[in-house]
Design a protein around this ligand. Structure first.
Ligand code: NA7
Length: 537
């Protein structure tokens, strides 16, 4: 059990996921007193909450890692290329135990408010239990995709069966055998759930609004000998992921689309398709993000692969995207997802034609007046991404300004690391930095934690007490971010990337799309330049 938190510490860290664990580790190494708060009962963050059937990451196990300890890396044994949630949760527990980090966290404790006390130069952080803790620095490690959209429909409380949002999945086993199950949502999450539960259910209704492009996952088992080989590459991989566009090992190294013949292009696409990873998206031809013709050609390549598997023209029409280009929102890896629709007990309910109106005691009522009777309803409806985890906390900066109010107008950050008006608040996984949209999260989160830690170290060396991104620096970053984003086709597609999945959310690409390597350079330049553009007092 963790010690009773001290009322005043050097730094408070919110969240015990991938970022929070490492952030506490770094600050402790620097000799700061640190208190962590975590809403869950254990460590893991994303991997604590998302315990739905089939949850797994689409990053290879050898890159979804920490880089601060070679021993930690080598002594863990991933069992496959893309391990599932239970294994990843175990891994984060292993990390917390080996580094003795657990004692720095108070679990079952959600942060409700954080108010900056200008006179004291401190953050006053209040928990939902009503206790207040104070710290010079506040660091949010609250996750990019952690504020679930779980109250999507009116009448949910009236449902007589079981209802679950995927990111609030219970620890107890859910029994699907013989049950009438409905799934709303076919994003990366919905696809994982559907393909996993389909063999168990009595019947399955998929409430489908927007179909997805997919890439079939190739997920070989990893033997101890396989992992020993990865262990030998520790330093190489660690360096490599910092330097690629997306923080994965692979990168856009296939030459320019325009320089290749059609046959050569197809050869590249076939090779990457066979790799069974996100390389087809994040390491094929970057032109697909900018050029309509390239986007259409790659999209058509994927559509043809999907048609081959679906066969049935009606299914093709429903399940193959045509209204947006491949890769303009998150491309999920799948294993047998398309074939689920060949099962006689699986039905597509087209909710583009007849949207879901409300949940009634028996099931889901759609606009055509039909009631779809269900025993279990699964909401794979996604998240208020990037900003949601922060706006759900009552964060007040200088002069009482409220982050929630400011971001209801426009979401702005300084490299996703600070927000003007909120001194000594550092953020990870926040909007306008590379993140889940276009980055292997462990790469990007560790880079941010390192930058924040080095920044705090530098302040302490200078004897400075307060750092705040200036308005000018923030404006500069937001313009650069927008300029980079607006060159791409991503901004033309609706998805959580653009905030368009949350009614009323201001539209802006939430993830920086200039590349992980470019972002890193911007961060390093700021540090090397003595944090010019930040007000340091
Ligand atoms: P996503 O990608 O936001 O997917 C949510 C899905 O839920 C998507 O198919 C939505 O359809 C659907 N949805 C949401 N609301 C409704 C309503 N009201 N009616 C019908 N369908 C609805 O969330 P995920 O959890 O799958 O993935 C989030 C990220 O986590 C993922 O990108 C990875 O990075 C990890 P829509 O597309 O809006 O038509």
């Amino acid at each position: 059990t963790a010690a009773t938190p001290a009322a005043r510490v050097d730094a408070i860290v919110i969240g015990a996921g991938v970022a929070g664990l490492y952030q506490v580790y770094r600050l402790r190494e620097m000799g700061l007193s640190v208190q962590g708060f975590e809403a869950g009962s254990g460590v893991g963050g994303t991997w604590y909450w998302n315990r739905y059937p089939g949850a797994r990451f689409d990053s290879e196990a050898e890159i979804y890692q920490y880089w601060f300890s070679e021993a930690l890396y080598k002594n863990w044994q991933p069992t496959e290329r893309y391990p599932a949630q239970p294994e990843t949760e175990r891994w984060l527990n292993y990390v917390a135990d080996k580094t003795d980090l657990r004692k720095h966290f108070r679990f079952n404790t959600r942060v409700a408010a954080a108010h900056y006390d200008e006179a004291a130069g401190e953050w006053a952080v209040q928990t939902e239990q009503g206790e207040t803790f104070r710290a010079q620095y506040l660091i949010s490690c609250t996750g990019m995709l952690s504020a679930p959209l779980n109250n999507t429909f009116p009448g949910q409380e009236s449902f007589k069966g079981q209802i679950f949002h995927t990111a609030r999945w219970p620890k107890e086993r859910v029994d699907f055998v013989g049950k009438r199950v409905g799934v709303v949502g076919t994003g990366a999450t919905g696809i994982q759930v559907i393909q996993t539960i389909a063999p168990q259910v009595g019947s399955l209704k998929v409430f489908l609004r927007t179909p997805q492009y997919i890439i079939p996952m190739r997920n070989p088992k990893y033997s101890p000998a396989d992992w020993a080989k990865q262990g030998q590459r520790f330093e190489e991989i660690k360096q490599r992921v910092q330097r690629t566009f997306s923080g994965f090992e692979y990168d856009f190294t296939n030459g320019a689309w325009a320089d290749l013949t059609p046959a050569q292009r197809t050869e590249v696409l076939e090779k990457l398709w066979a790799d069974g990873s996100l390389a087809l998206w994040l390491a094929s031809f970057s032109e697909m993000f900018f050029d309509e013709a390239v986007s259409e050609a790659v999209s058509e390549f994927v559509r043809a692969k999907m048609r081959e598997r679906l066969k049935d023209p009606v299914l093709c029409e429903k399940l193959i995207p045509t209204s947006y280009g491949f890769g303009t929102h998150r491309v999920p890896l799948e294993s047998g997802y398309l074939e689920v629709y060949h099962q006689p007990n699986v039905e597509i309910v087209d909710v583009k034609e007849a949207p879901i109106e409300r949940i009634v005691p028996e099931g889901v009522q759609t606009a055509d007046g039909k009631v779809h009777a269900l025993d279990i309803l699964i909401l794979a409806t996604g998240f208020d991404a990037g900003s949601g985890a922060l706006t759900r906390i009552d964060i007040r900066g200088r002069g009482g300004r409220a982050l929630k109010d400011e971001w209801s107008q426009e979401i702005r950050t300084t490299l996703g690391l600070q927000v003007h008006g909120y001194p000594n608040l550092f953020t990870t996984g926040a909007p306008l930095a590379p993140s889940a949209a276009l980055c292997n999260m462990t790469t990007c989160l560790q880079q941010q934690v390192n930058w924040i830690s080095d920044c705090i170290q530098s302040l302490r060396q200078q004897g400075a007490k307060v750092i705040e991104a200036s308005q000018a620096l923030q404006d500069q970053w937001v313009s650069h971010h927008d300029e980079t984003a607006n060159k791409t086709l991503v901004v033309k597609t609706d998805s959580w990337y653009m905030g368009s999945n949350v009614p009323g959310k201001p539209r802006r690409l939430l993830s920086y799309i200039g590349g992980v390597h470019t972002y890193r350079q911007h961060c390093e330049d700021l540090a090397a330049g003595g944090y010019k553009g930040f007000d340091i007092r």
